[in-house]
Ligand binder design. Sequence first.
Ligand code: ADP
Length: 431
Amino acid sequence: MLDFWLRASSPVLSASVIALLLWAIFSPLPALLFMLVVLLILMTRHARQLYKLTLWLAKPDLQTIPEANGIWDDAFSSLYKMVKRHQQTKLDLAAELQHIELATSALPDGVAILNIGNRIEWCNPLYAAHFGLNIERDIMQDITYLVRQPDFIEYLQTANFSEPLVMSPVRQTELRLSVKLIDYGDNKRLLISRDITQLERIEAMRRDFVANVSHELRTPLTVVHGYVENLQDMEDLDHTQISRALFLMSEQTQRMDNLVADLLTLSRLENDHSPAGEELLNIRSMLDEIYREGQSLSNGKHAITLEFNVNKNVVGNYDEVRSAFSNLLSNAIRYTPAGGAIAVRWSERGEQLIYTVQDSGIGIAAQHIPRLTERFYRVDRSRSRETGGTGLGLAIVKHIAMRHQAKLEISSLENQGSTFAIVFPPRRGKA
Ligand code: ADP
């Protein structure tokens, strides 16, 4: 402070000393004239710097800050530092804003900020994608003009936002969105949209699954229940009647048992994603066993053949691979009328090892093929039930294949036969 005053007053003080000397040597007039000239020069210099400052303030830029000497130099260099700090703060804030924008863009939800007039002040790309908006063009537009859906407008107008609104945008009807509005700050609203299409699909699948299981269990239960009631009502039961009723009841309980066993297998396969306990499987001995089981299941009704075209084995879980292989063979036997032919093959396609079951059975119409591995999907319900099917076999085979990074390939022609193949990736094969 003292330094400033010393520097500010030094030209005047020096001029005053000279003026006093002039007065002492000559007379007061030259001293006064001298003092006047000095003060005029000083004032002009200050006025010039002030003018430069005023000009600069009209268009402030770090590069064009005026330069000067003396106390103006201090003022301008402080100004320079202040502007520089300010610019740095601006850069920091811009970087921070960009960071926040990047973070919100990465959010799995759509986010928009609405003002009191429901105008979109800001939104992230996902929100724009959900409602088919154009971020640049639609900013500061009224959202109710852009999304003209009555349920959405009604939701914005009600003051109760405790429950989200579930809706499908007009431009993307296959999309299901859960939209939630949150009040915050001074008359601001945060609109959050979440894609729940997949969630709803899973929920629908769960409901279908429960309905299917209940239905599958109810049929045999009703039959058993009917026989139990009959047995209770009948007074004079002979041995043949009793054993027939018991036989039919045991058939139904066997059906329920199969269903529960398949359900447990599926749930186990779905719960842990990779097979426990893998080993190098002896495919030849496994297929020999499965072939013998197949022959006994067919009871001589089909011509079953077994071929080994390659001498390699695969690494996998014994129980799972065996169950998938035998499932495909038992299906071929069940869906091939007596007299038909079934070929079981172990072969190679390039580096891939393939288990194939080819039958000359009833075949499958093309429209059913993509859905065969869905749980409880059957082409012909009664045929599946008559032969003890649960509708879960191929779902289990597909899961097992996936757990071994293998693919289930199905090709079939109605009334001509089907070919089911499990194709193992090269890395699972071992000589
Ligand atoms: P299911 O217990 O009913 O046999 P799967 O999941 O094993 O259940 O098979 C689903 C459906 O696929 C069967 O109901 C049947 O319609 C069809 N299917 C499976 N294998 C064959 C086959 N080899 N030939 C003809 N249809 C088949």
